[in-house]
Design a protein around this ligand. Structure first.
Ligand SMILES: [Zn+2]
Length: 256
């Protein structure tokens, strides 16, 4: 069984929503994807903790994806000290040069010697990483800073994450026949903001999902003005895409 647990799916924090982050769980692996400012609290809220996480991907350096990283690392170590929790080593996957930058920031705030080992992997052009039986293939997307997306294959399931990006042709190939495509969508008509932030709009992503024959399209990174009005995004996507559309809330799980 594969489970995706959403910690947040919005572009910003609000009372009811949070920045984009989720955990993909298969057998013994909990893979945390992106670490916004609230990531530790959101993990506890869904019954997980930093100690349960075996690998983390920080897709790019923007604060809504990376600011919670130093505190996540600190709390993983603190769990050992407070509760004597057994800790496995941690795999950290980032674009080129980002993991060293993140640990520089960690070392500004914390002086503790970590009670677990860390294996950092920085992605250059394309790169594959195996975590147990989970196979990850990374690719660079088109955002305002170097940003990685990935294809995850586990048994007969395929999950694809775009991270923050404008729509681009090659995504149809990456997402080809995916069980799940998790794609950033800013909104439905914010053309100028979409150009400035380099994050796609709903109709563009719907066409990618349709052309790639994706079974389930999960929308993340929408503007907070769409909270409670998610149906506006769904109705635009429905014009171009006939598969399942999901806009998750924190705590929502997708079981595959
Ligand atoms: Zn971003």
């Amino acid at each position: 069984m594969t489970c995706i647990t959403f910690l947040g799916s919005c572009a910003t924090q609000t009372a009811e929503q949070d920045t984009v982050s989720f955990v993909i769980s298969c057998d013994n692996i909990n893979l945390l994807v992106d670490t916004g400012p609230n990531v530790v609290k959101r993990l506890y809220q869904v019954g997980l903790s930093p100690a349960n996480i075996s690998a983390v991907i920080v897709t790019h350096k923007h604060g809504d994806h990376a600011l919670g990283f130093p505190y996540f690392i600190f709390m993983r170590g603190l769990e050992k000290i407070l509760y004597n929790t057994k800790l496995k080593s941690l795999i950290v996957i980032t674009p080129s040069n980002l993991s060293s930058e993140l640990f520089k920031i960690f070392n500004i705030y914390y002086t503790m010697e970590l009670p677990f080992s860390i294996n950092t992997i920085e992605i250059d052009s394309t790169n594959s990483v195996s975590l147990d039986k989970m196979k990850l293939t990374f690719f660079y997307v088109h955002h305002t800073v170097p940003t990685i997306g990935f294809v995850l294959n586990y048994k007969d399931k395929k999950i694809v994450y775009s991270s923050d990006t404008i729509s681009f042709k090659q995504m149809v190939n990456y997402a080809d026949n995916a069980d799940v495509l998790i794609h950033s969508v800013l909104g439905v008509k914010e053309k100028t903001l979409s150009k400035i932030t380099k994050i796609a709009l709903a109709d563009e992503v719907a066409k990618i999902a349709q052309n790639a024959n994706v079974k389930q399209l999960i929308i993340v990174h929408f503007l907070p003005t769409y909270i409670g009005k998610e149906d506006i995004i769904k109705s635009v996507i429905r014009k171009y895409y006939d598969g399942k559309i999901v806009i998750p809330k924190p705590g929502d799980k997708i079981i595959l």
